[in-house]
Ligand binder design. Sequence first.
Ligand SMILES: [Zn+2]
Length: 273
Amino acid sequence: MTTPPRRKRTTSAGLRRDELDAVALLLTQARSVLFITGPGMSADAGLTHHRGLPGLARKKPEDARLVELGMSAETMVNRPNMTWRYLLEMDLHVRTAQPTRGHEFIAALERDIKRCVVMTTNVDRLHQRAGSKNVIEMHGALQDLLCPRCEISRRTTGYHMMDIPPLCTTCGGVMRPDMPLFGEPLPADPMTRLQAELEQGFDLVMAVGFGAMFPYIARPILVAKSEGIPTAEIGAAQTDVSEVVDFRFRGTPMRVLELIWDAYRQLPRATLL
Ligand SMILES: [Zn+2]
């Protein structure tokens, strides 16, 4: 008779199994979870970012500066064709990218957990394509167009079927994506929605895929921590909250989420609903 091999305490990626199991258990018990997702989540889908812009990563600093100039609010007004060249490049990358297993896991949890909210800085809509519905897009989305003159908006699935630059059918003005360009403030609506969700509270807060943290990204984690609510961070880079969170998984979001999913599936889900 042979004994089964003992389960190793760490995964091949050096992640602690007891911690992966603990987060999986918390997910089965939680009535509400907030996922805060950033560029690393989309990088697993092949979308490399430059300052939040998917598909526009540049190796040379001078080329990166050109991207920032082209994607500025001023260029959008004065030379919209230049901005639209970059937007088309982004759209091509975003449209051909596929949601990862990480996106799929978060979407599956939305079906299991009473209140599962995704707050994302990504503009690629990969969460929704994976099936998530409760998504707060902090930076808007590339696919939503807006006429700056008469404020009419239009939802698209991509720019491939449009004349470029697209014109507003009401006033003839050049449309733009409903997302902040360089030099513009964040949209107010998502911030208001996030605030309303935060006021209801969460049982678990997880940050996934950030290289750097803006204060509004770190705040839900810091608030949760101060209230004794479990917090976790998944990502390759060290951030401002890495030393604060209860569980820190250093690795690519897709890989870590897959491991948590494996552990989650083996647990009987608490009957909450
Ligand atoms: Zn218009």
